[in-house]
Each structure stands twice: as structure tokens, then as C-alpha cells.
Write a protein that binds this ligand. Sequence first.
Ligand SMILES: Nc1nc2c(c(=O)[nH]1)N=C([C@H](O)[C@H](O)COP(=O)(O)OP(=O)(O)OP(=O)(O)O)CN2
Ligand SMILES: [Zn+2]
Length: 141
Amino acid sequence: MIQQIYPTTPHLYAFELNKDMQLATAHFIDYEDAGKCQRVHGHTYTINITIAGDHLTDTGFLVDFKQLKQLIHDRFDHQLLNEDPLFHDVPPSTENVAKTVYELIEASLKTMTNAPTCIQVFVRETPTSYVVYRPKEVHHE
Ligand SMILES: Nc1nc2c(c(=O)[nH]1)N=C([C@H](O)[C@H](O)COP(=O)(O)OP(=O)(O)OP(=O)(O)O)CN2
Ligand SMILES: [Zn+2]
């Protein structure tokens, strides 16, 4: 069970939803500066996704928790991140993992008529290292 206190970001939306998930993945950072991380190694990432909005779907959801898990977990769990086309042009650093998760989620949310939006993605790569990604502009209706 994931139970952790995450950083928060202020917003004016009526609803805020958070989805936690864990991903077992491998990666390597193909740059000399990355030191030991140049070698293939694994992490159990802890990811927290924050969605906000003012309107619910007919089912009473801001967005279905399952939709968020499927988008990210089904794609990356038990994969070598470097093999995913999304990490062919950028290294799978924690920063880029967080930004990529945001972009995948936001693209999916954009198709929803109740207009939820992703306002934060938290990615913990190791017990001592994590990144928070927040889009530069958060839009309100
Ligand atoms: N800014 C970033 N720095 C590093 C990243 C990264 O994604 N962004 N990644 C790595 C490595 O992939 C490594 O897996 C994680 O590094 P680190 O936190 O140093 O791991 P340790 O377990 O060795 O941490 P300790 O706190 O020293 O035990 C490196 N840097
Ligand atoms: Zn690593």
C-alpha cells in the first residue's frame, strides 16, 4: 500500500483527485556524466498524479482512476524505459519521466467533455530522490 505525503500545488478548482501507482521498470542514462546510471538498472517508481477540475462526468467522476493507471502502468510497468519511443529523443531521467507522464495524461484528459486537467505529477525514483513536474500554466475556465 502506498501512503505518503506529497507536495501540494494551489489551485482554484472545486475538485482535486490523486492517483498513486507503482512501476517496476529498468532504464539507463546514456551519457558519461550519468556515472553508474549509464548501466541498465531498475527502480520501483512511485508515481502520484494530481487531477483537478470543476465538473464531473455522468458517472460522478472527475476522471476514472482506472483510466489513469491504464495509461501509465500498462505502458511502462516491467519495461525498459529506453525502448519506449517517448524516450528515444530524451533520456529517461526522473524529470523526463515526470514530464512524459504529464503529457500522456493531459492528452487523454483533453478528450473529455468535463475538462479535467493534470496539475502535478510526482515521481519518486529511489528512497532519496524524487521530482515534481507542474505545467507552467494551469488553465481555469
Ligand atoms: N537530476 C537527476 N539526477 C539523477 C537521476 C535523474 O533522473 N535525475 N538519475 C540518477 C540515477 O538514475 C539513479 O538511479 C538515481 O540516483 P541516486 O538518487 O543518486 O541513487 P542512490 O540510490 O545512489 O542515492 P543515495 O541517496 O546516494 O543512496 C542519478 N542522478
Ligand atoms: Zn536510475
